[in-house]
Design a protein around this ligand. Structure first.
Ligand code: AMP
Ligand code: GLY
Length: 430
């Protein structure tokens, strides 16, 4: 047994409240090391398999106090906000075990300007870019730029901070909104203007303790709201795993050109990275390039990656926290997973909540899991409580059969105005 210091019977605190956290809790629950799971704040679906605690994800003191009071053996952080606020530093100072990067390491997501300059320094492939903290200089540059470009707020903007500009007029409006009107608040004090990359987007997440890097299976998110990747970006309308386009050789390239230089570069700069490193990549004709890094698990990607992980997730988390990841060899299942997100009508813009949902039950016949993102329960009745409501995930022998099983399950779930994409995983079935 590797975990003499912990024994089994671990008490875990998971921070977050979406489909990603539901998938984490579901996976951790299958570990013989884990006895009890608390989730702050959790959601109604998560409440079926763990104990929800009403503490907000940015209430770092409250979370640390809870972990201390309950004798939590390991805290697992879902969203980026507490990580960029320094929850890992606070917990470690108090002698509490926590899984995730420190505040300084989490800057790889928290500051796009830092991430881009870091990539330039370590020759990590990414779109060419300029950083501006002065609006006049940004506007001046925009006059002569080669279009299209992407303009991005440097700070956290809930996934909405990247906008394409097709011409200088677009760029003027976007720069004015970000730097002048501050539509993303302080996140827009600095902006990045970068070249547009063309190709398919894939997600590669890796477990790392700062020394060993273990990439997970590649997955693909569907960010746009409508079929055929049309309409505005959302928090993710579905995902699949693995991605046939990502060969072993490409994975090796990503490891050598991207994952290793990031993790070792951060180490060199005194920002040891422990946790999940999420690389959002564009597979361009000249090779994979980084669109963004995240300092945490992706959502909905986690809902398709974890169901294919055979190994014990608690085991991996502990090895990372202890700096022993070299002893772990994760084992993956054969087959594929597809997640279809059922969203409220109107999402990602205005939508109603409190709408009755029918069909929430266990779907063993379809190898399906319902990961809840925004639901509320009142006795046996379920209601919508957010934009993204459910991640309907199925695992099967290949992408096609997994997609069929996910969509067969979706057919059983009804709520007024329900919206979902009908083409999740289409890129893998072409
Ligand atoms: P980000 O907030 O940086 O992850 O960007 C959000 C989304 O915008 C990405 O998932 C891409 O679909 C798109 N995007 C961002 N930057 C670029 C780029 N340089 N070229 C093409 N698409 C991009
Ligand atoms: N699926 C995109 C993200 O988690 O940021």
């Amino acid at each position: 047994m590797i975990f003499d210091s912990l024994g089994i019977d671990m008490k875990i605190l998971v921070i977050g409240s979406g489909g990603r956290e539901h998938a984490l809790v579901w996976k951790l629950k299958s570990s013989p090391l884990v006895k009890r799971i608390y989730v702050a704040p959790g959601n109604a679906g998560i409440g079926l398999m763990a104990e929800n605690v009403n503490i907000k994800v940015d209430d770092l003191e409250g979370l640390a106090g809870f972990a201390q009071e309950k004798g939590i053996d390991l805290t697992v952080v879902g969203p980026e906000l507490p990580l960029t606020l320094g929850i890992v530093d606070l917990f470690e100072k108090r002698g509490l075990r926590i899984f995730g990067p420190s505040k300084k390491a989490a800057e790889i997501e928290g500051s796009k300007a830092f991430a881009k300059e870091f990539m330039r320094k370590y020759h990590i492939p990414t779109a060419s870019f300029m950083v501006f903290d002065d609006k006049a200089a940004a506007l001046e540059f925009a006059r002569g730029a080669a279009y299209p470009v992407f303009i991005k707020a440097s700070g956290l903007a809930a996934g909405k901070g990247a906008v394409m500009a097709a011409n200088p007029d677009d760029a003027n409006v976007i720069i004015e909104q970000m730097m002048g009107q501050r539509v993303f608040g302080g996140a827009g004090a600095k902006i990045i203007i970068e070249d547009r990359l063309a190709g398919q987007e894939v997600t590669i997440m890796a477990f790392t303790d700062g020394k060993t890097i273990l990439p997970m299976l590649a997955s693909q998110d569907h960010k746009q709201v409508f079929d055929g990747d049309q309409g505005p970006n959302t928090g993710g309308m579905g995902a699949y795993c693995p991605v046939p386009l990502v060969s072993d050789q490409m994975m090796q390239t990503v490891r050598e050109q991207i994952l290793e230089p990031v993790v070792y570069g951060l180490e060199k700069e005194g920002r040891r990275y422990k946790g999940i490193l999420y690389a959002g990549l564009m597979l361009t004709p000249v090779g994979p390039k980084v669109i963004e890094f995240n300092c945490r698990f992706g959502d909905p990607e986690t809902q398709v990656v974890l169901p294919l992980l055979k190994s014990d997730l608690a085991d991996i988390f502990i090895a990372i926290v202890d700096g022993n990841l070299n002893i772990i060899e994760p084992v993956w299942k054969e087959g594929a997973a597809v997640c279809v997100v059922m969203a409220s009508g109107g999402y990602p813009d205005k939508y109603e909540t409190g709408i009755k949902i029918s069909g929430i039950r266990t779907y063993r016949e379809n190898h399906a899991y319902l990961f809840h993102a925004g639901t509320r329960r009142d006795g046996n009745n379920w209601f919508t409580a957010g934009g993204r409501v459910l991640g309907v995930t199925a695992v099967n022998q290949d992408i096609r059969s997994a997609a069929k099983a996910a969509y067969d399950t979706v057919e059983n779930i009804r709520f007024e105005g329900a919206h979902f994409r009908r083409d999740i995983a289409y890129q893998a079935m072409k």
